[in-house]
Design a binder for this molecule. Structure first.
Ligand code: ATP
Length: 523
């Protein structure tokens, strides 16, 4: 029959069938096809796998004989068809062997998958010209996560979504441990990417509504739009233990005692120091030394930055924490997110989204470290949607991110992941993934994402569009870079990130810091 790409053969059920492929160049894995079902009419299915067989024995092969004709057989899983009410229905009667299989038209695929006509434009459905738009409300209010192994396009994809949100005026607060998002201000100048823009129907542009804030101890203070100073009021013993790296149990006990004495008042770090000074114990001097170092770090100020500037209509504020010690980053994230959440509850900042890069450092899975920012981020993940505060959780180590937080994310964007522990974490945190889909995740090329969302009838694979603005996390070739800078010989070949990314888990070393305090006082 004209236009047919194959014909059903062998056993077929209402949900699965195999078909012989007429031309292997025309049908590929993950393609969408349609088949006539006598009861339901045209039904859409997706090709899961294709195999080639030939009528050749082992000895034929050994004697160098070629097959007269090889046979290509595809396995398809049925997605269904929309009924008059727009609900997806899967047939109840099996497909008939011998029935022709056709390529599904774009409109039919869009309809059956439940793709939005408008929304956050993420890219094109793999191997098609179909635009994938994600529902903005669901993505922002009900949280989303981007999970991938390093170098697969995680922060690039986050950049694409941020551009789309910026164009719609959604307030964003971007927690950027490695300084990858400041380049949102600049138009994309990457020539290769500019050439691919036509395919995606986008043009280069920078975003002037992006502001860069840095902590006071950042090496990049002079380049920032603003400095984020914290008030330093009512620090908890646990926060100070983490901030100063206090491991000595006597010092921890003294600190706890001093803070207990101050409870009920609005105390500063100087108040804690005077309280400790009044304690008669030789261990107090070492503790005072630790506190002195915190003061010297200059994170806290009598005139703190008003937190409402971090979430403003039509703006994205990037908190660039490059070069800031991880324990400072953790405290900053904890305090700021707590205050933003409180302001949002009182409607003193607009509804918006917090973008959290390197999420495994701030909301680690139990057993993979501790962070003072965890409780507030968990609360935002579970209650944020009630108050209009969304989370975008980004991580290259899905196994090390709190699974509860991942499963709270309505939209899950997964790029290539190969580590077995990370794959297992994705299986646990993402509902509805079949074994075939999990295999697919291991094979995804860079810049290609699997998107899972209740708004979509099934996980889809998307070629993420090119960025309009400059990507800030690109790898830099050490050799070229060092040649540019000097005539000196290069010490070796390697790659590092423009954002100064560190490899490995920075927080691993302080895994159990502070746990002693908990054990001693049950705090
Ligand atoms: N959709 C895309 N289109 C074009 N290029 C892309 C796309 N996605 C990723 N890339 C390329 O892949 C590179 C790596 O992407 P990215 O920096 O986002 O990786 P990552 O997963 O965030 O890695 P890391 O964990 O090290 O930050 C980018 O520099 C970019 O060149």
């Amino acid at each position: 029959m004209k236009g047919a790409v194959g014909r059903i053969y062998g056993e077929a059920s209402p949900t699965e069938f195999n078909f012989v492929v007429f031309d292997p160049k025309e049908v590929r894995r993950t393609d969408y096809v349609k088949v006539w079902n006598d009861v339901d009419g045209w039904v859409v299915a997706q090709v899961l796998d294709i195999r080639a067989t030939a009528d050749l024995s082992g000895s034929d092969v050994l004697q160098g004989r070629n097959a007269e004709k090889e046979l290509y057989v595809a396995k398809a899983t049925v997605i269904g068809k929309r009924d008059e009410k727009g609900l997806l229905r899967v047939p109840k009667t099996p497909f008939v062997p011998g029935e022709n299989v056709f390529k599904a038209e774009e409109e039919l695929v869009i309809d059956v998958l439940g793709l939005e006509k408008e929304g956050i434009y993420l890219g094109l459905l793999q191997d098609t010209d179909i635009r994938v738009n994600l529902d903005i409300n669901s993505l922002v209010q009900k949280h989303c996560c981007i999970l991938a192994k390093t170098g697969s396009g995680k922060s690039y994809t986050a950049g694409v979504i941020i551009e789309e949100l910026l164009e719609r005026g959604v307030p964003l607060f971007i927690i950027d441990p490695h300084g990858e998002y400041a380049t949102l201000k600049e138009p994309n100048r990457n020539e290769e990417e500019i050439q691919r823009m036509e395919v995606f129907g986008v043009k280069p542009r920078g975003y002037s509504n992006v502001m860069i804030y840095v902590p006071p101890n950042s090496p990049f203070v002079d380049r920032a739009d603003g400095v984020l100073k914290l008030d330093g009021l009512n620090l908890t013993a646990e926060e100070i233990v983490e901030l100063a790296g206090i491991t000595n149990s006597t010092s921890q006990a003294l600190l706890y005692q001093a803070i207990k004495n101050l409870k009920g008042s609005n105390y500063t770090i100087e108040d804690i120091m005077s309280e400790i000074e009044s304690i008669k114990h030789n261990a107090k001097w070492a503790l005072l030394g630790h506190l002195e170092k915190i003061v010297e770090a200059g994170l806290f100020d009598e005139n703190p930055t008003p937190v409402h500037v971090l979430l403003q209509k039509g703006k994205a504020v990037v908190l660039d924490m490059r070069g800031v010690p991880p324990e400072h980053q953790d405290l900053i994230v904890s305090r700021i997110c707590h205050q933003l959440f409180e302001l949002r509850k009182r409607n003193e900042v607009p509804a918006g989204m917090i973008v959290l890069e390197e999420a495994h450092n701030f909301i680690p899975e139990r057993g993979f470290g501790r962070a003072v920012s965890t409780p507030v981020l968990r609360t935002i993940a579970s209650e944020g949607r009630k108050f209009g505060l969304g989370l975008m959780v980004i991580s290259q180590r899905p196994a090390r991110v709190d699974k509860n937080v991942i499963s709270q994310c309505n939209t899950q964007i997964i790029l290539r992941v190969t580590n077995p522990n990370d794959i297992n974490a994705i299986k646990k945190g993402v509902e509805g993934l079949t074994a075939e889909m999990v295999d697919e995740i291991k094979r995804l090329p860079p810049g290609t994402a699997m998107v899972v969302s209740p708004e979509l009838e099934r996980p889809i694979i998307v070629s993420v569009r090119v960025r309009k603005s400059m990507h800030g996390g690109a790898a830099v070739n050490v050799v070229t870079e060092s040649k540019k800078k000097s005539e000196k010989k290069s010490g070796g070949i390697g790659l590092f990130r423009t954002g100064g990314k560190k490899s490995g888990d920075e927080r691993e070393s302080k895994k159990n810091k502070g746990s002693l305090l908990k054990k001693m006082f049950g705090g």
